[in-house]
Design a binder for this molecule. Sequence first.
Ligand code: HEM
Length: 385
Amino acid sequence: MKLRAVAQWLDDRIGLAGLRHVAEKKTVPVHRHTPWYYLGGMTLFFFIIQVMTGILLMLYYRPSAQEAYESVQFILTQVSFGWLIRSIHSWSANLMIAAALAHLFTVLFLKAYRPPRELTWMTGFALLILAMGFGFSGYLLPWNKLAYFATRVGTDIAAQVPFIGSFMRRFLRGGDYVTGSTLSRFYGWHVAILPALSTFLLLLHLILVQRHGMSVPPSVEKEGPTRTMRFMPDFLLRDLFGWTLALAALAALAALYPWELGEKADPFASAPANIRPEWYFMAMFQALKFVPGGEILGLENEAILILGFGAIGTLAFLLPFLDRGVVKHGKSPVFTILGALALAFFVGMTAIGYKAWWPVGVAVVVAGSGWIAGRGMSAKRAAER
Ligand code: HEM
């Protein structure tokens, strides 16, 4: 009774009923590809975990070359459950990027970027780039050996960009070398600039999703009217069920495989043999390793590849405006093939980078189960008709 009175009090002041009305009216299409709709929500779940655990870590972390490593050691050994919070933050960062990538590729293959969802695609793409920025800046914060040298290599790669490369390296490092100034700078990006930009873009992304509703893939649209389910409570409860499973997986990973700290960074030590970036940069890192030395038209081969990645990223950002076929005929096999090639490149290069074929195995199993589930749903629908 009291709760209802409070709800009424709030409703009188901020109009909660309006929000409830919107949520009650919202529906979600039900078809063989519906399970992919949960990936965006899953990414959101990991983002929320990142914000909560990140704020807790900030209470003890100190962003200076003298104290960063020791403050993380303090979190791991002295702060109650500090090790768990740090492990959850690190695992969840990786799972968030994995979920965002999976979300991107499903949105791509289901052609959900068609008008009027161009801006939903573009804000989502920008969010993924920001998430990678979170990963790159966060990697250095514990100020350990591997992160220190990986940041040196990563910022050296930025320096290869023609004309503006050395400015970019200095801008990223806050000087000519990776030092305490780089750490302060990365901290600023990690806890202020990137969160502010991401929150703004995320709100925009979610408002756009709410405004346009969930898209029905062209292949399903052709089959006639699509069934729908209510967002509240049917879809939301399924979303929450997925979040519970994700939380269980995250807790198990964080507790059973706590994130390591390694040795403190020593700028004068020799670089370790196993310098490697985070897994989501591995494909680009590995491709750069394959490039033979030499230059074309005065540009180094590596610089050409880096420019190539930049060009592909820009085209992918603008994809909704390039794929006109899907607007006219509801089909665009060329873009589906390009998407599949990009995915194969990403998985293949990552596998080579780790000298392991398990990423290929995981990708095949996920794609295979998605395909089988899709077939099953369409057979069920056909039987119901
Ligand atoms: C931090 C990253 C992201 C979060 C938290 C997020 C969140 C969401 C949520 C909750 C939805 C509604 C449910 C769903 O379709 O799964 C959605 C839809 C959508 N997202 Fe994202 N997203 C992110 C990144 C991306 C990326 C990287 C792209 C692609 C470049 C993207 C493009 C879209 C599109 C086009 C839709 C509409 C789908 C449809 O109508 O069928 N998003 N997003």
